[in-house]
Design a protein around this ligand. Structure first.
Ligand SMILES: C[S@@+](CC[C@H](N)C(=O)[O-])C[C@H]1O[C@@H](n2cnc3c(N)ncnc32)[C@H](O)[C@@H]1O
Length: 251
């Protein structure tokens, strides 16, 4: 089935499509203290919550980019009801194709939970660093191993050991590229339970209201498999953090 439809169905209950709680997202926004009219891009913006909050808090200008037509439509709807849409656009495109008008011209560039777009965490940092001004913010959300993954977890989930690093290696990847790690927002098991559990809830609700969808059996099967892997292994094995980097203003 269409992968984007699958994620639309399983994330219907989510505002934030990653394991960060809305309270922690609010804390992140508070920390940033962007100037009015700051220029930002959020690549893989999902339903646009981070960018909308930046617009509400600081009047930023910029773009949210996502490959999903479902999420982009949702983000546009939500923007209209939340804040003046002046200066904010949501565009459906492959994030890998985004280039700012000028390199090193943005105040903030983020990619929260989609580092595969650039071929992994290190390449994502490289791409975003190339977009921001000296002193600009680079914000990435990335899983990390809390413990060695078991073979059973890797086989069942389809994740490879190399897909992710440790919490410290995720941080070092930015510091080694001339950025300063100024904060992390780390998800708790409770945050993860909510992120995973909302997918189970959304899927059950979809099954109840769309019994004739020919994709339903596949959705149910994929979600059941992921739920079992999360409960058996993932809950203790995989972590998630948002890494807040700032480019050194003297470079
Ligand atoms: C885990 S979600 C994170 C969404 C959002 N950043 C958030 O935290 O709420 C991953 C997002 O990446 C988007 N995505 C996947 N591949 C993409 C690509 N090649 N270009 C742009 N967006 C992509 C998906 O549609 C989805 O919205």
């Amino acid at each position: 089935m269409d992968t984007l439809k699958f994620y639309d169905i399983t994330h219907r209950e989510h505002v934030v499509c990653n394991p960060t709680s809305e309270e922690k997202l609010a804390r992140l926004v508070e920390l940033l203290r962007l100037p009015n009219n700051a220029q930002v891009v959020d690549i893989a913006c999902g339903k646009g919550e981070f960018l909308i909050r930046l617009a509400e808090a600081f009047g930023v200008r910029g773009m949210g980019i996502d490959i999903s037509p479902f999420y982009i439509a949702d983000a546009r709807r939500r923007l209209k009801t939340r804040t003046s849409s002046a200066g904010i656009t949501f565009t459906q495109m492959n994030g890998a194709d985004f280039k700012p008008d000028e390199p090193h011209s943005l105040d903030l560039a983020s990619c929260i939970g989609a580092s595969w777009i650039f071929g992994g965490h290190a390449n994502t940092l490289e791409a975003l660093i190339g977009m921001v001004k000296p002193g600009g913010w680079v914000i990435v959300g990335e899983p990390y191993w809390r413990q060695e993954p078991s073979d059973g977890y890797l086989e069942t989930s389809g994740i490879t050991r190399e897909d992710f690093g440790s919490h410290s290696s995720n941080a070092e990847a930015g510091e080694g590229r001339g950025m300063e790690l100024v904060h992390t927002i780390v998800s708790s098991t409770d945050d993860w339970d909510r992120y995973e559990g909302l997918q189970w809830l959304a899927t059950a609700e979809y099954a109840r209201t769309h019994p004739d969808d020919p994709d339903l059996a596949e959705v149910n099967e994929r979600v059941s498999k992921a739920k079992a892997a999360y409960l058996r292994w993932g809950r203790d094995t995989l972590g998630w953090a948002i890494y807040v980097f700032r480019s050194r203003s003297w470079t």
